[in-house]
Unconditional design. Sequence first.
Length: 362
Amino acid sequence: MVTSAYIHIPFCKSKCHYCSFVSFCSTDKKNDYLNALEQEIEYFYEGEFLKTLYIGGGTPSLLSVEDISRIISKFSFCDNAEVTMELNPEDVNSDYLKSLYELGINRLSFGCQTFNDDILKLINRRHNSSQVIKVIEYAKSVGFKNLSLDFIYGLPNQTCEMFVSDLNRAVDLELEHISLYGLKIEEGCYFYNHLPVNLPDDDMQADMYLKAVETLLNRGYVQYEVSNFAKNGLYSRHNLNYWDNGEYYGFGVAAHGYKNGIRYENFDNLKDYLKNPKDKKLSHTLSGSEKLEEEIFLGLRKLAGIEVLSVNKKYNIDFENKYKKVLDKYINLKLIEKTNCGYKLTLQGILVSNVVLADFIE
């Protein structure tokens, strides 16, 4: 049974220079979009009690409280469901946050990226560092107890020391969750055609990542996934469902979903989505081998790794026998290590995970 749902809100005030996500710098079609979103939800959602709902973007905080209420009211929730919303620090005030809290939003994820104001301007972010600090204070004052900040490493002009300084400032804000992402310049973003100077190279990005792990672990965080760190057990339950290879709804333009063994993708063109939100751009029924490969890829993103008995039962295989050569190879290279119940990537293995994971494909 599906117990998670993702909602994509594609509107932004401006496009960050590194962003290749589907987003539109205008809210002219907002009402049309919300109408289409409602149609899609009403058609596909089967009334399951959700354990997690994630409203991402784009910039969901461009929507009014009434807009958010309209979306949330379409769903039923389990007790203690995790309801997350992404926000930009410059978009919100304490009244808006208070209203979100009263609606039942209980987890907020803010796009910080860095506390360095010069770099924020260089990557075309609209906020500054003081706004991040202020919005965290607002959120805590109205009752939020599960806050996350996103950071990017490998930004133009960024040094390892600057990145560590960012993380220490975040820890000082007493956040429950921190996410780290290495800069990737992909087709469709401004930087793809206007490559910035003084970009940290791959070796520097790797050093930044290793230093970040060391910094956050030393300051009391638990690394539970390649890019994610938490305190007090407040992992992102929504994202853990992805990494546990769980099924989920994806609603909105460019959203992806997974249900009944079928992975699907909505249209990424707003006009096409608005024309018929019930249509899918792509839909693919996974074979048994594809499901197993995804189980391995996603499972090895978790720091706990893969549970062999669970995989064996789920796919009717002998994991250790089937992948003996691959496991022996990477254990000897110290890129995979055995755990009490399975296998996981080492820290060095995480840095070359694409190479390691490719060997599990038959």
